[in-house]
Design a protein around this ligand. Structure first.
Ligand code: AMP
Ligand code: MG
Length: 399
């Protein structure tokens, strides 16, 4: 049941970003310990608590010297180890043995590498010149005291964890994870623990979606399966609308028993799109009801996965407080020729190989879960290019 004109992939994605941004959802904030902060979203600015480095720092093992003394033979007046307060001062004709990470002593303006000197007792012979500043990180070159280094809306990856740790942040303010309700629909669907009859299949979409939700920073809540009747479906969707985001699998195509859009309408839904020129996932639905955004994801497992990655994930990330939702599309040379029919942007299972080339994975259609499980990315075929030669670049979506 098409309610609005079909959108292109780019239009549909922009629609998701615009609608969710317009809603200006302000997630609540909680404080978590650094050990629990991986993957969470920063909720308050983190500023440098001092200059980084706090003193000029040696980048090498070697000798702290005055660049103007080189080349020359210098008198070694002592050593400075990493972790040792610096008490020495380097005068003309002198050098101090220094280790990587140690503070460069006053008077010295460069470090000559240990590999580039000859040591003779208390003397060091340097046969080369150095520019002032060579092998020295000046004070504050990484960050100045008070400078904002992490802004709200940034996900905490391992480098952000390093930054928080280096600043002594044993706890950190993050946004609460959005709760994402997942409703699967279909008379043929049984729970994972059940043995399906020949005309039944197990509910894989709820689980792939829950995994995708967790990766994107949400908390998945799998609701019971909705059978293909309007009333039963509406009741479960109503439950799902209490969450921060509702994901529905199946029941959005043009079949006689695809009742999701009817049930959503009865719940007062506003539809932003219900068809996108992509494959798999053409009948994808996006809208809002009772203040909650929802996606109706076509039930074929590949359609559900793709529509989540390219549309629902962006909405979830925005609701989670992420400033810039991610979509990693790059390009890679094809290992073999590829062709497809024009008109749709296709997201097909593919393998990005160790040599950087891309191989499409043959599949029997968007219900082929084993082929999806053999892939590690999606080949993205443009709607206006039907033929791709081996070796030519094609877009790749990295999930
Ligand atoms: P639908 O979008 O409801 O027309 O479903 C399209 C196809 O996806 C059908 O072959 C369904 O059996 C399959 N399907 C629907 N829901 C699920 C699910 N939760 N898990 C696995 N496959 C599903
Ligand atoms: Mg169905």
């Amino acid at each position: 049941m098409c309610l609005v004109a079909a959108l292109t992939f780019a239009e549909a994605r922009q629609c998701v970003l615009d609608r969710v941004r317009e809603a200006q959802i302000e997630p609540a904030i909680e404080t978590v310990r650094l050990a629990e902060a991986a993957g969470r979203v920063i909720a308050a600015p983190v500023a440098a608590d001092r200059d980084y480095p706090p003193r000029p720092r040696s980048m090498r093992d070697g000798f702290a010297v005055r660049a103007a003394d080189l080349p020359g033979t210098l008198h070694v007046i002592g050593e400075i180890r990493a972790g040792e307060a610096c008490t020495l001062e380097v005068a003309a004709g002198q050098a101090v043995e220094i280790m990587t990470g140690a503070s460069v002593p006053p008077g010295a303006d460069a470090v000559v590498m240990i590999e580039h000197v000859v040591v003779e007792g208390a003397k060091v012979i340097v046969d080369r010149t150095l520019d002032p500043g060579a092998n020295v990180n000046p004070q504050g070159c990484d960050a100045r005291c008070g400078e904002v280094l992490l802004s709200p809306g940034r996900r905490i990856g391992f480098s952000q964890t390093a930054l928080l740790a280096s600043h002594g942040a044993s706890s950190v303010d993050v946004y609460l994870r959005p709760r994402v309700a997942i409703v699967s629909t279909g008379d043929e669907i049984v729970e994972v623990g059940e043995t399906p009859l020949p005309h039944q299949i197990r509910n894989s979409n709820a689980w792939s979606l829950a995994h995708q939700v967790t990766r994107a920073g949400g908390e998945a809540d799998i609701l019971p399966i909705a059978r293909d009747q309007i009333d039963a479906t509406r009741e479960l969707l109503q439950d799902g609308l209490h969450a921060d985001l509702l994901l529905i699998s199946g029941g959005v195509s043009a079949g006689k028993y695809d009742v999701v859009e009817i049930a959503l309408k009865q719940l007062g839904a506003e539809m932003f799109f219900d068809r996108v020129l992509i494959q798999p996932g053409q009948p994808c639905v996006f809208g809002r009801a009772q203040g909650t955004f929802f996606f109706g994801l076509p039930g074929n497992p590949a359609s559900t996965m793709v529509c989540f990655e390219v549309f629902a994930r962006a909405a979830l990330e925005l609701i989670a407080g992420i400033a810039q939702p991610s979509l990693y599309i790059t390009s890679a040379p094809l290992a073999v020729p590829f062709r497809h029919k024009p008109g749709l942007t296709r997201f097909l299972p593919a393998a990005l190989n160790a040599d950087g080339t891309l191989t499409p994975i043959s599949w029997s259609g968007s219900g082929d879960i084993p082929s999806m499980a053999r892939s590690n990315c999606f080949l993205v075929a443009a709607p206006d290019q039907t033929e791709y030669q081996a070796g030519s670049l094609i877009q790749v979506l990295l999930p």
